[in-house]
Ligand binder design. Structure first.
Ligand SMILES: C[S@@+](CC[C@H](N)C(=O)[O-])C[C@H]1O[C@@H](n2cnc3c(N)ncnc32)[C@H](O)[C@@H]1O
Length: 323
């Protein structure tokens, strides 16, 4: 399986040499003989000969292949392999007839976004924190020129490559890089999705500026974030954890996030959706057997996290990089 390609040579502003050097490093890393990495690669490559004839990227479940495209033996092997690749955080997927009911019903987030998106056809897009690529596959339905996922975790990287291999799609790429590395691409992206990221950044404003610099003039930024309720432009800064999640820094109100975007240099900033979280959208399933939303919330008072902070909302904003 190929994990890197020089697709970036078609991006005039990308740092070609640095990205080539990074790809050399990735190629070494994925072929490492370390036990954990070898095991992941083995799972990702076990059934790499399978190529789906049927693709449906427009339904709630990203559907790659159908049951009748593979033998009973391949089906059993694939089922065990996909199960071994848990936890499946983002989904749902249907892979050659196997339903993967992931922790998040990510289709709901996509449905909220869809009416507010610019035309994605022919665009160069970044999906920051792309996880297993669920949203990248949904974007592919809209015929972008290229979608680059930024995802620093190797397990998600391997799962994405397995799924892309099954799909045969050639306009989706994932980089084993974080949002802090987007500068390597220069001003290349017409649309950036920054979803579920900002509250994990120690400096959300710096993060927004790094993202802005990776965008083409006139490009669109879509931000989705955890938020606290309230009309004041303030952010909560938890002592240690927020909803049991370590590495959570600033959790803003919608207005605070709007101000961050404006002060990071975006124009036409608009908050287009705000909703409460619930345990139907994020929950434990047989494909993700660890704690989930209901374990993060005070069982006696659903307006509070287990730490006693306000329970999270999710907010959606968009803005433009001035032309
Ligand atoms: C809360 S999840 C959000 C996933 C997806 N964007 C969504 O909205 O459902 C955060 C994702 O960002 C990834 N991530 C962690 N550190 C990152 C970084 N420095 N830059 C970009 N993504 C990162 C995580 O591995 C994870 O897949």
């Amino acid at each position: 399986m190929k994990y890197t390609s020089n697709y970036f040579t078609s991006l005039a502003h990308a740092e070609h040499q640095k990205l080539s050097a990074h790809h050399d490093y990735v190629d070494k890393r994925v072929t490492s003989l370390k036990r954990g990495i070898k095991a992941l690669r083995h799972k990702a490559e076990l059934l790499q000969h399978l190529k789906a004839c049927h693709l449906d990227l427009n339904g709630d479940a990203v559907t790659i292949g159908t049951r009748d495209e593979i033998s009973d033996e391949e089906y059993d092997l694939l089922y065990t392999n996909l199960k071994d690749l848990n936890p499946w955080r983002k989904g749902p997927f249907n892979i050659f007839g196997i339903d993967i009911d992931a922790e998040w019903r990510s289709n709901r987030k996509w449905d909220r976004l869809l009416p507010h998106l610019p035309d994605l056809a022919g665009k160069v897009i970044a999906d920051v924190g792309s996880n297993n690529g669920y949203y990248m596959f949904r974007m592919a339905h809209h015929k972008p020129k290229l979608v680059v996922g930024f995802e620093p975790y190797l397990n998600h990287f391997f799962v994405f490559h397995m799924l892309r291999q099954f799909s045969g799609l050639t306009n989706l790429e994932m980089e084993l890089l974080g949002v802090e590395d987007m500068g390597l691409f220069g001003p290349s992206f017409d649309v950036v999705f920054l979803m579920g990221i900002l509250y994990h950044r120690i400096s959300p404003l710096e993060c927004l500026k790094e993202v802005r610099d990776s965008m083409t003039p006139g490009g669109t930024l879509i931000v989705e974030s955890q938020a606290i309720p309230g009309d004041q432009p303030v952010a909560l800064f938890p002592e240690e954890r927020y909803a049991k999640v370590p590495g959570t820094y600033f959790v803003p109100t919608g207005l605070c996030l709007q101000n961050w975007m404006i002060r990071a240099g975006f124009s036409d900033v608009e908050l287009f959706c705000s909703h409460e979280m619930n345990s139907e959208e994020q929950r434990r399933t047989e494909w993700m057997e660890f704690e989930s939303y209901s374990d993060f919330i005070d069982p006696q008072d659903h307006t509070k996290t287990v730490e006693g902070y306000p329970a999270p909302l999710r907010v959606f904003l968009k803005g433009k990089k001035p032309a």
